[in-house]
Design a protein around this ligand. Sequence first.
Ligand code: AMP
Length: 459
Amino acid sequence: MRQSLFRFLSPVGGFADVYLIETYHMSFDSLGLSDALLRALHEQGYDQPTPIQEKAIPLILQGRDVLASAQTGTGKTAGFTLPMLEQLDSSPRPASKRRPLRALILSPTRELAAQIGENVTQYGRHLSLKSTTIFGGVNINPQTDKLRRGVDILIATPGRLLDHAGQGHIDLSTVEYFVLDEADRMLDMGFIHDIKRVLALLPNKSKRQNLLFSATFSKDIKTLAGQLLNDPAMVEVAPENSTADRIEQTIYPVDKSRKRELLSHLILENSWSQVLVFTRTKHGANRLVQQLEKDGITGAAIHGNKSQGARTRALSEFKTGHIQVLVATDIAARGLDIALLPHVVNYELPNVPEDYVHRIGRTARAGHSGQAVSLVCGEERKLLKDIERLLKRDLPRCDEPGFEQSQADATSALLERSGRNSRNNNGSRNNRSIDGKNSRQRRPAANDRNQQRRRRAVS
Ligand code: AMP
C-alpha cells in the first residue's frame, strides 16, 4: 500500500491530517480488530480491507473523529461499523437499569438504514451487543417495544428517530458514537433541520466520537462538519480508485419512443439476469414494469408510493434472482446495496448530474466491475452534457443495430458535435468519439457473459 499523509487546511477550520490512500494490500488482522470480528468478516467472505476501511478503522480505534469522503460502494459501512463494534464490545457498558443507547447511526433513507442494520448484525454476530433499525413507513409499535427493551446501537432515519424521541421512547443523551452517513444526501433531501434537532438531543460533541461520511464536500457539509466534529482526521480515497472508473459506461442514443423496445432487446439479447433500471418518475417506473412483463421480462418497481413492505419484498426478490429487473426512482434507490449487481440502466437520465454517479455506483461495488448503460434521446442531450462535464470526460456512444436514433429525435447539435450522427457511404451511422476518431463500441454481450460466469463462480 502507498499511503500519503498531507497537512491540509481543513474544511472545518484549522489544519487537518489528510490520508490519501492509493492502493491496498493489507489484511484485516493488522487493523486491531478482535477475533470475534475477524471471524465474522471471514464468514462474510471479506479477504482484505478496502482502502477506506484500511485508513478509517485504525483512526476510529484511536478515538479520532473522522471526516471521510467516501464514494458509494467503497465499503464505508464496514469502515465505520467495525471499529465502533470493537470499541463498544471492549469497553464496559455503563451501569444502568435499562441498556443505555451507546451508538447512533443516522441514514438518509430507509433502504440504506436497513442495509446498515443488516451489516451491523452480520459483523457483530459473535458479540453480545444489541442493535435495531428504525425508519418510517412501517408500524411504529414493534420499534417502540424494541427500544423499550434497550439497545446498544440504533440505526435510524431522522424523521422516525425524532418521532420516537418526542414520544419518550428513546434517550439520546447517553450516545458515545454518532455516525452521520451520506451527509450530502441528507442535505439534498432537506434533512438539515431534523439533523440539528437530533444533535440537540445528543451529549455535547466533545463527549462523543463523531464520524461523518459524505461523497461530496459542499459549503453546507463543511458547516455541518464544523458543528459536529472535534479536530477530525480526514480520509479520502484516491480518485484513481473511484467506483466510476471500474464501471463500463455506455450511451445508447435512441428515439424516445423506442426506449422500452431497446431495453427489452438489450436484456433479452445479452441474457442480463439482474438489472437495476432508473426512471425519473414513479408512474414511469410502474408503466415500464408492465411493459417489460409483456416482453416476458419479470420485474418490480420500487419508489416512494410503494409501501415499505412492497419495497422490501421487491428488493428481496431481486436480490434472490426471482425477478430480473428492478425499476427504481432515485430516492428509492439511494443506499440500495445489491452484492455483485452487474448492470445499471438509466432509462431516463437524472435531472441532477450527481445522481448519475450515485445511480451507476450501485454496480461495481467494493472493487468489482460493472456495466452502466444509458438510453439517451434527443431531449436529454443537455442532461448528458451536464453529466459529462461533471465526469470531466465524454462517455462512449454505441448504436445498437436496428435502434439507431432518427434525425427527427436527435434534432440538435450536441450529439452531432461528436460526429456520431454522420453517415458513411453505406448510409449507416458511424460512432465517433468527441475527438472525431472512430470509436465504435463493441457490443457488450461477451463482457456480460464473462460477468455472469464470474457471478456464478462466486455465488
Ligand atoms: P458500502 O460502500 O458500505 O455500501 O459497501 C459496498 C459493498 O461492499 C457491500 O456489499 C459490502 O458488503 C461489501 N464490502 C464491504 N467491505 C468489503 C471487503 N473488505 N471485502 C469485500 N466486500 C466488502
